[in-house]
Design a protein around this ligand. Structure first.
Ligand code: SAM
Length: 273
C-alpha cells in the first residue's frame, strides 16, 4: 500500500495541506481516542494521514471528500474499511447521515471553508457525540474566546451556545505538506445536553448575534436598531450603550428571547433597506 497518492498536487481551491509528520498525526489520533465501533465521519480524508489511524483504532470509518481524484484513490486503497461519501461537506445533509445520533466528526479541515462548515454542522449537533478539528489557530482562538476578549465574536457566541469547546494544542506549519502560512490548533467540541442549551429561536438568535457584531465599534443600541429599541434592550437588563464584545452568551439569549416575545422577525445585517 502506498503512503499517499503519488503525483497528486495539492489543490489550493480545496484547502489541501496534507499532514505528513508522524508525531502530529499520532498526537491528533490520540486526542480523538477512537475505539472499535465508534461511528466516525472524517471530513476531507485527503491522502489518509489521519484516516489510517482512525481505521486502525475504530475498524471502520466514513469520510466525506470533495476531490474526485482523492476519492477514487481512497476507495481503491480502503475497499472494506472506509465508506467514502463523495460530496461537498458544506452542502451534505448531515442529519441524514447520522441517524444513530452518536456521530464522532473529525477532520483536518480545509481552512478556506472552516467557519461556514462549523455553522453547517450546528444543524446536526443533536446527532453528534463529539467533534475534533484542526483549524487555523486564529479561528480556534475565536471559537473559545470569552466575552471581553478581542477575539470574541459571532463565531464564539454561536458555537458556545451549542458546544463545550476546548482548545487542545497548537500544530506548526511544518507538520503539513505544503506548509500553510499560519499556525494551526486542534479543538474538541462536545454538544451540550439538550437541557443545557439555552432555549431560543435559532433564526432570531443568529440574527441578533450577527447584527450585534456586524460593526464592532457600534453600541448594541445602534447595532440592533433594526430589531429592537434601546428601551427593549434595557428591559433585558443590558446596557444599550455596551458593545457586543462585552456581552456574555446569556445576554444574546435574553435579547433573542425578548425579540421573540415582541414578535420580531430575523433581519440579517446588510439585508434591511
Ligand atoms: N485529512 C488530510 C490530512 O490531514 O492530511 C487532508 C486535510 S486537507 C487540509 C483538507 C481536505 O479536505 C482535502 O482532502 C480536501 O480535498 C478536502 N475538502 C476540501 N473542501 C472540501 C469540502 N467542501 N467537502 C469535503 N472535503 C473537502
Amino acid at each position: 500500500m502506498s503512503d499517499g497518492l503519488q503525483g497528486h498536487h495539492a489543490r489550493k481551491r480545496f484547502g489541501q495541506n496534507f499532514l505528513h509528520d508522524r508525531h502530529w498525526i499520532e498526537r491528533i489520533a490520540k486526542a480523538i481516542n477512537a475505539v472499535p465501533g465508534d461511528d466516525i465521519v472524517e471530513i476531507g480524508p485527503g491522502q489518509a494521514a489521519l484516516t489510517r489511524e482512525l481505521i486502525a483504532a475504530a475498524g471502520h470509518v466514513r469520510a466525506v471528500e470533495i476531490d474526485r481524484d482523492l476519492a477514487a484513490w481512497l476507495k481503491e486503497t480502503f475497499p472494506e474499511t472506509l465508506t467514502l461519501i463523495e460530496a461537498d461537506a458544506l452542502t451534505l445533509d448531515w442529519r441524514s447521515i447520522s441517524p444513530a445520533g452518536n456521530l464522532r466528526v473529525v477532520g483536518n479541515l480545509p481552512y478556506n471553508i472552516s467557519s461556514p462548515l462549523l455553522f453547517k454542522l450546528l444543524e446536526a449537533a443533536d446527532f453528534v457525540r463529539d467533534q475534533h478539528f484542526m483549524l487555523q489557530k486564529e479561528v480556534v482562538d475565536r471559537m473559545v474566546a470569552a466575552h471581553g476578549s478581542k477575539t470574541y465574536g459571532r463565531l464564539s457566541v454561536m458555537l458556545q451556545w451549542r458546544y463545550r469547546m476546548q482548545k487542545l494544542f497548537d500544530v506548526p506549519p511544518g507538520a503539513f505538506n505544503p506548509p500553510p502560512k499560519v499556525m494551526s490548533s486542534v479543538v474538541r467540541m462536545i454538544p451540550k445536553a439538550k437541557d443545557e442549551v439555552p432555549a431560543v429561536d435559532f433564526a432570531l438568535f443568529s440574527s441578533v448575534v450577527a447584527n450585534a457584531f456586524s460593526q464592532r465599534r457600534k453600541t448594541i443600541r445602534n447595532a440592533l436598531s433594526v430589531m429592537m429599541s434601546a428601551e427593549e434592550i434595557a428591559a433585558c437588563g443590558i446596557d444599550p450603550g455596551a458593545r457586543a464584545e462585552a456581552l456574555p452568551l446569556e445576554a444574546f439569549v435574553s435579547l433573542a428571547q425578548r425579540a421573540q416575545a415582541l414578535g420580531r422577525t430575523p433581519v440579517m445585517p446588510g439585508t434591511q433597506k
